[in-house]
Write a protein that binds this ligand. Structure first.
Ligand code: AGP
Length: 608
């Protein structure tokens, strides 16, 4: 998704804006640009391609002045091009706008503006905003922006500058994230915290329908009617160093290796003397949850896979009927849900448009809404009645790794918490599961210490195409996640399938050398998995099995075996995830892919 960076103060705009945009790279983009007011004139520099292209342009022709805006664009309307890159400007060349989101009524607005003799340079929806502000400009940028945004429909976070007011930046938020940073004699705004944390830890999170006027020594906030409002400051606790790759080649690899520590820290945080502590943002009382009849989990991508694992956990531990929905389906299918239903939104970013819409759909039906989120203060978190934070720290790699296993952990704990509340499991069984959980970080480290053997497997299969990932039971979603990881960063086609379903069609795809990754760890369906492996093997498939240490049988029917330490069936997806993440990572590196910024993808999909 697009990234916005804005700065007003005495530092060099080129370095501040570029450093902020580099920090937002992980959000995914295809072009970028900056703008400022230099000696009373609007200066714009923008280009198709990576930030290095913009960096080179600025080395030749730097911008200057006290206030500037920057943007990384992930194309929604209008192909990636120099012209369609932001900032977009008005006819007079005095107003510049950067925008994250989608203006749904841009077509009708554009027709109207063209009738009023406005000349458009791009085929973006964003340019409409610049011309609207031009049309409404009355010498007060704040007033002009308020008037203009009242005409917009859709989602938009914008930052605007005008040459006649060179000391300020006006920002507005509706449906796309925007935060303000308060520095010493400087103010900042950005789409996400990493872009401003080098300057300040004092942040204010904008809400929908709010405008801010940034000057270097003050920030004023207004509601959509133009009334002054007060906003609460937050302090960012984590340090900029957590944003660096350190000795790792990629953020994704760093985040894979952070997982044992993240899981360990969160187990300690959530379990105190056998009691569950689901965090300061969890507000449901035992009474609220004791009589639940249904749970509906809705999410996207990897978070949906984590939610799917949650289904098995809630039904196994708490005996509560649980459905799992892809948010983009959930939000439009007018789901049938009764009063005692808990809807859970799972989202790393807390900004995914479809998941946010699903949450709002649930609230419109007066259902209890819980979110399981990584980014504090994100929209999904703020709009939920309760939030359980996964505390995974910033996840920069587009491919979700530590957030995924952290989401599974929180779902596992939630399921045990509900089980205890409803006397669904014996206390001794809950204790035993908690003891097994505490062993997990050590077992994760054991697996990561064997990363080289996954690398060797990736090397043997680096020219293979069309992988099939198969699993059963709680590791069927693990197969889906393994396939998504591989395809999203290596661009190798991969499908995840329930192993038992192969004979109902997909086995037709299997021929000599078809790579099949089989999740065959010790479980209640282990024997069934062996038969499914035999089925595909007898048709020539090359088998990569994920199995439990000590399993000799699996060797006889696999070309490659990666062993994980023994663990409970219901917690095994956390361990199974690691070899699958590493397989995807090394395959992507071997195929020379941009591992942290895979093509066409964004870290946070804030548009539908
Ligand atoms: C996962 O590797 C992908 N980056 C993507 O599927 C992601 O999980 C999905 O877009 C949901 O994002 P969220 O967790 O921030 O809602």
């Amino acid at each position: 998704m697009c990234g916005i960076m804005a700065y007003v103060g005495d530092k060099d705009l080129n370095s501040v804006l570029m450093a902020g945009l580099w920090r937002l790279e992980y959000r995914g983009y295809d072009s970028s640009g900056v703008a400022s007011i230099m000696d009373g004139e609007l200066e714009v520099r923008k280009a198709l391609g990576r930030l290095m292209v913009l960096q080179d342009i600025l080395s030749d022709r730097p911008i200057g002045g006290g206030a500037g805006i920057g943007h990384t664009r992930w194309a929604t309307h209008g192909e990636p091009s120099d012209q369609n890159a932001h900032p977009q400007v008005d006819c007079s060349g005095k107003i510049a706008v950067v925008h994250n989101g989608i203006i749904e009524n841009h077509y009708s607005l554009k027709e109207e503006l063209i009738k009023n003799k406005h000349i458009f340079q791009s085929n973006t929806d964003t340019e409409v905003i610049a011309h609207l502000i031009e049309e409404n400009y009355n010498g007060d940028l704040k007033e002009s922006v308020l008037k203009s945004v009242s005409k917009l429909r859709g989602s938009f976070a914008i930052a605007v500058i005008v040459s006649s007011e060179p000391d300020r930046i006006v920002i507005y938020r509706e449906g796309s994230p925007l935060i303000v940073g308060l520095g010493n004699n400087e103010s900042l705004a950005a789409s996400d915290i990493p872009a401003i944390i080098d300057h300040t830890r004092r942040v204010i999170i904008m809400s929908d329908g709010e405008l801010a006027v940034l000057r270097k020594d003050s920030v004023e906030f207004y509601d959509k009617e133009g009334k002054r409002i007060e906003k609460k400051e937050k302090e960012i606790k984590w340090s900029p160093t957590s944003l660096d790759k350190g000795e790792y080649a990629h953020y994704m690899l760093k985040e894979i290796y952070e997982q044992p520590e993240v899981i360990e820290r969160n187990i300690a945080l959530r379990i105190e003397d056998g009691e569950f502590n689901l965090g300061e943002s969890f507000h449901f009382s035992p009474h609220d949850l004791a009589h639940l009849t249904d749970i509906v989990i809705q999410a996207c991508g990897t978070s949906w896979h984590a939610g799917y694992i949650g289904k098995y956990l809630f039904e196994e531990f708490a005996r509560i009927h649980t459905e799992v929905d892809i948010s983009s389906e959930f939000r439009y299918r007018n789901p049938v849900m009764g009063g005692e239903t808990l809807v859970i939104a799972v989202s790393q970013s807390g900004e995914t448009a479809d998941t946010l819409a699903g949450l709002r759909e649930a609230k419109a039906k007066f259902l209890k809404v819980l979110s399981i989120v990584n980014v504090r203060g994100s929209t999904i978190a703020r709009e939920s009645e309760s939030t359980v934070y996964i505390n995974a720290g910033p996840e920069i790699g587009v491919a979700s790794t530590k957030a995924y296993t952290s989401q599974i952990l929180q779902l596992y704990l939630m399921a045990l918490y509900l089980s205890k509340l409803r006397w669904a499991l014996e206390a001794s069984s809950i204790d035993e599961k908690l003891k097994g959980l505490i062993e997990i970080p050590k077992k994760m480290r054991t697996i990561l210490n064997k990363a080289d053997s996954i690398k060797q497997i990736a090397e043997k299969f680096k020219d293979s195409r069309d992988f099939m990932f198969i699993g059963r039971g709680i590791n069927y979603p693990s197969a889906l996640e393994g396939a998504l990881k591989l395809k999203e960063i290596s661009y190798i086609h991969a499908t995840g399938y329930p192993a038992g379903e192969m004979k109902h069609g997909p086995i037709a795809l299997i021929d000599k050398n078809s790579p099949v990754v089989a999740i065959a760890t010790q479980s209640s369906v282990y024997e069934k998995m062996l038969s499914n492996i035999e089925e595909v093997r007898s048709r020539g498939a090359r088998i990569i099995s994920i199995a439990t240490e000590g399993d000799k049988r699996i060797k006889d029917i696999s070309d490659e075996v990666f062993y994980i330490p023994p663990c409970g069936e219901n917690v095994s997806p956390i361990l199974v995830a690691l070899p699958l993440q590493l397989l995807a990572y090394y395959s992507a590196v071997l195929n020379k892919r941009d591992v942290d910024r895979p093509r066409n993808l964004a870290k946070s999909v804030t548009v539908e």
